[in-house]
Design a protein around this ligand. Structure first.
Ligand SMILES: [Ca+2]
Ligand SMILES: [Ca+2]
Length: 233
């Protein structure tokens, strides 16, 4: 997805400067406030994002929750305002959707959605990021400060699969995409490939193009096939 970085040029910026100048008096020289505003739309994946669902911002390295945002309407539009200090620059962040106490991965082009915190000093930076709801990765209500919320639990075979509804239809897909062997081609199969890439312990089944490695190319091949498969249903 396209990510656009620009600065606010409206009145909010002036207010921000005033606040930043005020709070700056209490900070040491190395701790300059830096604010990143992330916004975009969360598309329906395993589930849809609804108004007031929470978005956790997770430190990709430590798994610690760094902040959160809220889904603002039924289209899945969300905003996250992340206020840190400039020494936070360069931190890699992932995202989770919390819906009725269940945590889902948020994906960008089939991979965990990622941004690098790039706000510098007093200018709030804005980043656009559209995401899709991925597989269920946790089932307990979010506990602020609980660093385990970001755990990369392998997602294959959990209960958060897209519903295939009662109707029996002739399913046509290449069997090589049925990674978990349940005779269906679902998000769960893609998630297994995704997790194989993320954890560098790929199963041979996840090596779609049989080049001996499980890479993002395998994810892309599977997602393309999945999109065609869903359209053909
Ligand atoms: Ca399958
Ligand atoms: Ca491969």
């Amino acid at each position: 997805m396209k990510r656009i970085l620009h600065y606010f040029s409206d009145g909010r910026f002036v207010i921000f400067l005033a606040l930043a100048a005020f709070s700056g008096t209490a900070l040491s020289a190395t701790e300059v406030p830096a604010t990143l505003i992330i916004s975009g739309t969360i598309s329906k994946g395993t589930v849809a994002a609804n108004k007031n669902d929470r978005i956790n911002v997770i430190n990709a390295k430590s798994g610690v929750e760094e902040g959160f945002g809220i889904v603002e309407d039924s289209s899945g539009f969300y905003t996250i305002t992340l206020s840190k200090t400039t020494d936070f620059k360069g931190t890699e962040l992932n995202f989770q959707l919390v819906k009725n106490g269940v945590i889902y991965a948020l994906l960008d082009s089939g991979k965990p959605a990622t941004v690098i915190f790039n706000a510098l000093g007093f200018f709030p930076a804005q980043l656009s990021l559209d995401m899709t709801v991925g597989s269920k990765i946790g089932g307990s209500p979010t506990n602020p400060g609980n660093g385990n919320a970001g755990g990369g639990t392998p997602a294959g075979g959990n209960g958060a699969l897209p519903g295939t509804g009662g109707a029996t239809v002739e399913l046509k897909f290449d069997k090589k995409f049925d990674i978990n062997g349940d005779n269906d081609f679902t998000q769960a199969d893609i998630d297994i490939i995704k997790n194989s890439v993320a954890h560098s312990k790929g199963s041979t089944a996840a090596d779609i193009n049989k080049d001996g490695r499980v890479t993002t190319l395998d994810i892309i091949l599977a997602i393309k096939a999945y999109t065609r498969f869903i359209k053909g249903r």
